[in-house]
Design a protein around this ligand. Structure first.
Ligand SMILES: *[C@@H]1O[C@H](CO)[C@@H](O)[C@H](O)[C@H]1NC(C)=O
Ligand SMILES: *[C@@H]1O[C@H](CO)[C@@H](O)[C@H](O)[C@H]1NC(C)=O
Ligand SMILES: *[C@@H]1O[C@H](CO)[C@@H](O)[C@H](O)[C@H]1NC(C)=O
Length: 974
């Protein structure tokens, strides 16, 4: 009764706040995010810090139906109330926060400003905004609940497991005396845990929780709302299956041995607590303790690296239901076992990032394909359509001795087999990225080529039940592969369906162009990224690495954030880095640390400042900058102390310009390290500006100026008129750094670079660090056509070579250009994301979308080239959607631009001359000529266009400042 009464009150409270409606159709807050969880894709939102973002809706003119431009938010109202079914009538107040009508255009990262929320509590929020058209938006409401704010005290459960048996299946029955109002699980199963209640898997798309961390230091816990799964006034059963995941010394395999203090797992272990609110508002808990029973389940072995061994005969179907009896297996009481958090400063932290999920639940689509339903890939592009849910019917390859199937796309995931055979028979699978060379007859393939798996078997073994159409799938492992061989003698293989797995994310970016090569590179970028977001940013998806190599993460973060919504994953990655930073500021090559140097190569730990800065650029997130500012400063100061030891000339390094293509010279590695160091000092200055820390702006600017001079005097080599030995990377990196190359030398250094590229038949010869800088440097130096030429090459060494060679048409980016060159490589990964950096240049230069932190106008500056007739790009930012589509029309010397920028924001768009020295003849917008050669440029507000002027920097270009909305430009040149 009480709750019905109160919900009526709450609705009344909300309705009273609706202001008189204007004749406009009522807009609504779009793309609402709480703590950066998008409410459109997340049904159960758990927060630690409630931060709200929303974007401003389109509004139509009420008289003629056209979309309005220049809509600004003028005010908002945000409320938070405790959810009514939990609300006891004696407690006040009902609404715990009401911002009132706040006059502000802020609609991203809006902080909840009310009294402290309580742990494990359900809340209802409402958001409304008012726009400059006079419209009041609809009030939208939704729910969120809170994590545990003090898990150390609030989780009274104990870690349990067994040192006697491989206890990976645990259960506990318990009585619930009344009907319930809510039930919430908080759990951490080391390495991975899956939750069952009363025989039902609570979320079957999640098997890989929690994420991989430095377990001694930080263990993540997850939470499930199980209110719908528990039965009141009844006996219930909770069951958990555990896998080892990365909670095993195998994570050190092939690398350095683990420090003795950090040896962990097996055995697997579990921490779990159910908090139940009963109908009379009293609470009860069920926690892991020695009353739990456990046994070794059907998983006899599970390893991320080596695969699983699964004996279906040991499956017990009702094992997680109340009243289950099992006379055949050995169920023992669980024992108390050490917490993985052996460090005194170790913390249990809520896993706020999205979990790893199994397709089709892993990827959401926010790009135009989701609205138009047009889900085809650009014509001619090879591989699996990212929009199709990540599920593939693998096709049998003819003429194989062992049945072998092609997924047609290199993925990280697993296959589900449907088979019919006799009880006790075995099925084994092996995976590979490559097929072996054809046999003598040129047709018969000899099976898989798994040389590049190095010490990894990537195989799963099953003993089958013998039921018709039996389904087999590995549970706690994943493989990076395109092909699967199935060893199943006298067994009928009925289907092989393979699913991608990765950290759940949303596709927010789309880039297509008139170049098939660029479109295939974009495709390969998407899949390499998806294959390597596994709670951490792994370097590769298949061999024994799959570790948090920081160099790879640093190089791909910008493009990753253009293509995918990955806020939580990167924020978590930054914590993983902070967890392994030493007191002297040093950081290892990998985080969690499992291999590489403990002090990283400067270009590897560069990930720390770089990821922080990119998170800020893409999400306007100052909180993350604050959280890591001191740590980043520690790293920069550490580098300064190293640089002072022998000068930049002797700057230490481990990898230099890694994966410089074979047969090409490698740039001086100290120069590469010095470049990353100077970049970090630059980022330190930028982040100090974000935080208004003028003292540090001055301090690090002074340092940078000294270093810029030192870089030039140390590495400039007049004999080659370039830096170091004059190779491409050296000149590119010097040009990329502000104020290193003196103005009087700039043109000739650029010429040296361009000449070197010409000598190499317009190919780049750069490794991973040089490649990331090469394309922006050439474009900004006025050699955009050359940059496009290099990007669209298909002969070695180039991106296009990966899908134009006589071995395999790549569907993901490779680790090296020479991965499949005969006589070289052979052990390199075919699914790596460190070369993805080129994709940032697609968005920032080809489409011209310069995301820069949302504190100044967006710069939209598409770079034209005669080598492309059109580019189409979109990015769905937290502020709203950006579209840029340009097309060159040589028949009438015009370039058309369809551009949309978010409401409540401004942009400066630049129209470049269609060809060198061309003069602008006229500019039309939505079919109306707004400027002609004879007329003067204007500075008044014409339907969203605030001004139109000659560009202050680019000769002949015209720029316009525009308000939020959609524009169709047609610019004619002579
Ligand atoms: C629609 O009406 C708006 C406002 O009255 C006006 O600015 C705009 O030009 C009109 N558009 C058309 C296509 O008539
Ligand atoms: C990407 O853009 C192209 C061209 O506009 C379109 O055909 C395609 O559907 C879009 N893809 C996605 C995933 O939005
Ligand atoms: C970005 O964040 C800052 C606060 O850190 C805020 O002042 C600014 O308005 C935000 N920009 C946008 C476009 O919301």
């Amino acid at each position: 009764m009480a709750s019905v009464f109160l919900s009526t009150l709450f609705i009344l409270f909300l309705s009273s706040s609706i202001y008189a409606r204007l004749p406009y159709t009522s807009p609504r807050p779009r793309h609402v995010r709480i703590d950066h969880h998008d409410v459109d894709t997340h049904s159960d939102i758990v927060v630690e810090t409630p931060i709200f973002s929303w974007s401003i809706d389109d509004e139509k003119c009420p008289y003629n139906g056209t979309l309005l431009r220049g809509i600004q938010q003028i005010a908002y109202r945000l409320t938070v109330a405790q959810k009514l079914s939990f609300y006891s009538p004696k407690q006040t107040p009902l609404v715990i926060y009401d911002s009132g009508r706040v006059l502000s255009d802020l609609n991203t990262n809006v902080l909840y400003n009310g009294s402290a929320l309580t742990s494990d509590t359900r809340y209802i929020y409402s958001i409304q905004y008012w726009s400059s058209t006079g419209a009041a938006s609809e009030i939208i409401t939704g729910e969120f609940r809170t994590a545990l704010f003090n898990p150390k005290n609030e989780l009274t459960a104990s870690w349990i497991g067994s040192r006697q048996i491989n206890m990976n299946e645990l259960r506990r029955e318990f009585d619930v005396p009344q009907s319930i109002l809510s039930a919430t699980v908080f759990m951490s199963g080391m390495g991975y845990g899956t939750l069952y209640i009363n025989g039902i898997n609570v979320d079957p798309s999640r098997r890989f929780d929690p994420g991989w961390t430095t377990y001694t230091q930080r263990v993540l816990y997850v939470s499930y709302d199980i209110t719908q799964f528990l039965k009141g006034q009844s006996t219930n059963c909770i069951g958990v299956q555990l896998g080892l995941g990365f909670y095993t010394n195998e994570q050190w395999g092939g690398g350095v041995p683990p420090p003795a203090s950090e040896v962990f797992g097996p055995p697997p272990r579990l921490l779990l607590q159910v908090n139940i609110v009963l109908n009379d508002h009293t609470t009860m808990n069920i926690s892991t303790d020695t009353t739990w029973l456990g046994r070794e389940g059907a998983h006899r072995k599970d390893s991320i690296y080596m695969g699983t061994f699964y004996d279906t005969r040991a499956e017990r179907y009702n094992w997680s239901t109340a009243g289950f009896k099992d006379p055949y297996s050995l169920w023992l009481n669980a024992s108390l076992i050490e917490s993985p958090l052996s460090s005194p400063t170790g913390q249990l932290t809520y896993q706020s990032m999205d979990p790893i999920r199994i397709s089709p639940y892993a990827l959401h689509i926010a790009t135009s394909a989701s609205q138009t339903g047009y889900r085809l890939m650009p014509p001619g592009v090879n591989g699996g359509n990212v929009m199709n849910g990540g599920i593939f019917n693998a096709t049998p390859i003819p003429n194989q001795q062992v049945p072998t199937y092609d997924v047609t796309q290199n993925i990280a995931g697993y296959c589900t087999l449907t088979i019919t055979g006799r009880k006790g028979m075995t099925v084994s699978t092996r995976h590979a990225e490559l097929l072996d060379k054809p046999g003598e007859d040129g047709i018969q393939y000899q099976g898989l080529n798994s040389a590049n798996y190095q010490i990894i078997t990537a195989s799963d073994d099953f003993i089958i039940q013998g039921n018709p159409h039996e389904i087999l799938e590995p549970m706690f492992t994943y493989h990076g592969f395109r092909y699967i061989s199935i060893y199943a003698n006298y067994i009928n293989i009925e289907s092989v369906v393979c699913s991608a797995i990765h950290s759940e994310t949303t596709l927010i970016g789309n880039f297509t162009s008139s170049s098939l090569v660029l479109n295939q590179i974009q495709h390969n970028i998407l899949w390499s990224q998806l294959s390597n977001i596994m709670s951490i940013i792994t370097d590769c998806s298949q061999r024994q690495e799959r570790r948090g190599w920081l160099g790879d993460a640093a190089l791909s973060v910008d493009v990753a954030l253009f293509n995918f919504d990955l806020y939580g994953l990167y924020v978590n990655s930054l914590r993983n880095i902070a967890d392994v930073q030493h007191a002297d500021g040093s950081i290892p090559d990998t985080a969690p640390f499992s291999v590489g140097g403990y002090v990283a190569d400067p270009s590897w730990a560069h990930a720390y400042p770089e990821i922080t800065w990119r998170i800020y650029q893409h999400y306007n997130d100052t909180a993350t900058v604050k959280e890591h500012y001191i740590g980043i400063q520690g790293w920069v100061d550490y580098l300064t102390s190293r640089a002072q030891q022998g000068g930049l000339a002797n700057m230490y390094f481990a990898y230099g310009d890694w994966e410089t293509p074979v047969h090409y010279p490698v740039t001086n590695s100290s120069l590469v390290s010095a470049f990353s160091y100077l970049s970090d000092v630059q980022t330190m200055i930028t982040l100090s500006k974000v935080l208004n820390n003028q003292t540090n702006v001055d301090k690090y600017s002074k340092l940078y100026n000294q270093l810029a001079t030192e870089f030039h005097t140390t590495f400039y080599n007049s004999q080659v008129n370039g830096y170091a030995e004059g190779y491409q990377t050296a000149n590119v990196l010097a040009l990329r750094l502000p104020n290193v190359v003196p103005e009087n030398l700039r043109a000739s250094i650029i010429k040296s670079l361009v000449d070197n590229i010409a000598t190499n038949n317009n190919h780049s010869t750069t490794g991973i660090v040089g490649t990331a800088a090469l394309f922006p440097v050439l474009t900004e130096a006025g050699y955009h056509d050359l940059a496009v030429t290099i990007a669209t090459q298909t002969t070695y060494p180039s991106f296009g070579y990966m899908f134009n060679n006589d071995v395999q048409n790549a569907t993901t980016n490779w680790e090296t250009y020479h991965a499949l060159i005969k006589g070289v490589g052979g052990t390199d990964s075919l699914n790596h994301h460190m070369f993805n950096s080129i994709g940032a240049w697609f968005y920032r230069y080809l489409a011209g979308i310069q995301l820069n932190g949302f504190n100044e106008d967006f710069i939209i500056h598409p770079r034209l080239t005669t080598l492309l007739t059109n580019v189409d790009a979109e990015v769905h930012t937290i502020k709203g959607s950006i579209f840029v589509a340009w097309q060159r029309h040589t028949n009438d010397n015009t370039v058309t631009y369809n551009v949309t920028i978010p409401h409540s924001f401004y942009s400066i768009i630049t129209f470049e001359p269609m060809k060198p020295a061309a003069r602008c003849v006229s500019i039309e917008e939505s079919g109306i000529v707004i400027w002609q050669q004879s007329s003067s440029l204007f500075e008044t507000n014409v339907n969203g266009i605030l001004w139109l002027r000659p560009d202050s920097i680019i000769e002949g270009a015209i720029s316009a400042r525009i308000a939020g909305g959609s524009y169709q430009w047609k610019v004619q040149w002579n």
